[in-house]
Design a protein around this ligand. Structure first.
Ligand code: SF4
Length: 361
């Protein structure tokens, strides 16, 4: 039996793929056969449904004490191009989005050197006080560690408890990049380790919280390192069941500060489809895989709905992180565009909330 036939047989029997089989998916499998297999798994998990969320991105600041080599969003405190919003500016931005129907406010920022702990708590309280109350998907794992270690100077579990009490519903999945320590050294030196990222999410899930998981690919990583990344996510999902969905995205090289990374060719459309499909097969305990149109563009995200993806993320409204890195996609989508893309792909559009629960179909 060939490796592919074995993978097919195991997938259809609901058996878990090995590391070697995962690597085969990234390196050798025929893309369209792989897509078809992943599409079958998606169909078994969610049927005809394909979801989206009415959400709004906000960034409270891009000032950051780190300088991850791939990041074009962050600035040092005195560099040109910094921005910093007050609590009322963040809340006003969210208020306008909620008035237009947004059910989720998604916020991340840099690791700010001097904002006080109270800023983060007040921001959440202000957002949680909006009517109707949006769900709050806020902070990456590294921001949580920054708040615990440098801002509040107290245990991470206590910080997560404070944030939960102030209104936090979900952590974002950002900052995972590729978990391999050697890759992290090359693309985001000084950032938290894989274990530290996983520990934040493990702790949060243990408190009843939910979060998403991500993978930033298409830079210096190997197929083996992608598989290791996905297996680590799968392992934590086995343990906690707290991940709501998985969102892979390709590295945007054009504005990177590091020459080594600047020479990399951006992942092709076919590679993006391969990552979606392989992730769907390897992450057998995740219900949802998102085609992130901010990164892929909406036309390719629409195709990805037949390669294992079942979600198009959201309307977003204003995106900075990918666009400061050179993304040429729009910064927002209307509900109509997302629904049309889903219908044309032969699926039934479902508006979801932050936890991927259907709100309207
Ligand atoms: S990726 Fe995050 S932690 Fe790294 S420099 Fe950018 S904002 Fe700072």
């Amino acid at each position: 039996m060939s490796v592919w036939e074995k993978i097919k047989e195991k997938t259809e029997a609901g058996e878990r793929l090995s590391s070697e089989e995962g690597v085969y998916l990234f390196r050798e499998a025929d893309l369209h056969q792989l897509g078809q297999l992943a599409d079958g798994v998606r169909e078994r998990k969610v049927g005809k449904r394909a979801s989206y969320v009415l959400n709004r991105y906000l960034n409270y600041s891009n000032i950051c004490v780190l300088s991850c080599q791939f990041c074009a969003f962050a600035r040092r405190k005195r560099e040109p191009g910094t921005f910093e919003l007050s609590v009322s500016e963040v809340v006003d931005g969210a208020k306008q989005a909620v008035a237009l129907g947004a059910t989720e406010i998604h916020i991340v920022g840099g690791l700010h050197p001097s904002l006080p702990y109270e800023f983060y708590l007040e921001m959440l309280r202000g957002l949680a006080g909006l009517e109707p109350r949006p769900m709050l998907k806020v902070f990456t794992a590294i921001e949580i560690r920054h708040l615990a270690e440098r801002v509040a100077k107290k245990p991470m579990v206590e910080v997560l408890g404070d944030l939960q009490e102030a209104g936090l519903d979900s952590l974002t999945g950002g900052g995972a990049e590729i978990f391999d320590a050697g890759v992290r050294e090359r693309i985001c030196r000084g950032k938290e380790s894989a274990e530290e990222w996983l520990e934040v999410h493990r702790t949060w899930h243990g408190m009843g919280g939910r979060s998403t998981a991500t993978m930033l690919y298409g830079h210096v990583e190997t197929a083996e390192q992608r598989v290791d990344h996905l297996q680590k996510l799968r392992g934590l999902q086995d343990e906690t069941g707290g991940f709501t969905g998985f969102i892979p995205f390709a590295f945007e090289p054009s504005q990177t500060r590091l020459a080594e990374l600047g020479k990399i060719r951006r992942a092709s459309a076919l590679e993006e489809l391969r990552v979606i499909a392989a992730s769907r097969l390897i992450l057998d305990n995740f219900d949802h895989v998102t085609a992130y149109w901010i990164s892929t563009g909406l036309p390719l995200a629409q195709v990805a709905l037949s390669y294992g993806a079942d979600d198009l993320h959201g309307t977003i409204g204003e995106e900075k992180i990918f666009h400061m890195a050179g993304a040429k996609t729009p910064v927002g989508q209307t509900r109509g565009n997302l629904e049309r893309a889903i219908r044309e792909a032969g699926r039934e559009p479902v508006q979801r909330n932050t936890f991927y629960e259907a709100i309207r179909s």
